[in-house]
Design a protein around this ligand. Structure first.
Ligand SMILES: Nc1ncnc2c1ncn2[C@@H]1O[C@H](COP(=O)(O)OP(=O)(O)OP(=O)(O)O)[C@@H](O)[C@H]1O
Ligand SMILES: [Mg+2]
Length: 162
């Protein structure tokens, strides 16, 4: 495992700022693999990330739709929530077409489908540290995502499971 990084948000607005800065770096084939407990803020982060891409539609939690595509931003945005899926069901969705496509994929509960994820991805675990504060433990896999973390001035953290 590579270097882990950490970002602390003291408010929902700081979460949105962080998501927006990541969105500015995103390109075709970007994959963000999000984890964190119920209510940690995965969807909230995704909404701000989508806004950062310039998505003009309302971004809702895709818990029931599983995959939602938004085409109004700078890049297509593929928002997925695999919480309710078995690995087998997820396998049948053909997710690799999204991951390898021209857009940006953001997966909530990504670790549930770990074997289906591309090798290169930015793993982000969101932890609730207070009523409105969150910690983002980021584990970049691949040189591109490592440089993102450095570029954003993220704090290097001890190597722990992100
Ligand atoms: N700093 C913060 N960052 C993100 N969300 C915050 C923050 N502070 C408070 N919140 C609140 O936490 C909640 C996060 O809910 P959200 O639906 O994004 O969680 P989730 O991780 O997607 O949950 P689920 O696993 O059910 O999909 C929202 O109500 C949001 O307003
Ligand atoms: Mg959610």
């Amino acid at each position: 495992m590579g270097q882990a990084y950490r970002w602390n948000a003291r408010s929902e607005q700081e979460t949105a700022q962080f998501a927006g800065r990541l969105a500015a770096l995103a390109g075709p084939g970007t994959v963000l693999a999000l984890d964190g407990d119920l209510g940690a803020g995965k969807t909230r982060f995704a909404q701000a990330f989508a806004a950062g891409l310039g998505v003009s539609e309302v971004v809702n939690s895709p818990t029931f739709t599983i995959i939602k595509e938004y085409e109004t931003g700078r890049l297509p945005f593929y928002h997925m929530d695999v919480y309710r899926l078995s690995t087998e069901e997820a396998d049948e969705l053909g997710l690799e077409e999204y991951f390898e496509g021209d857009g940006v994929s953001l997966v909530e509960w990504a670790s549930l489908i770990e074997p289906l994820l591309p090798e290169e991805r930015l793993r982000i675990r969101i932890a609730t540290t207070g009523p409105v504060s969150r910690r983002f433990d980021c584990m970049p896999v691949g040189e591109k995502y490592e440089s993102w973390c450095r570029e954003l001035g993220m704090e290097p953290a001890a190597e722990e499971e992100a």
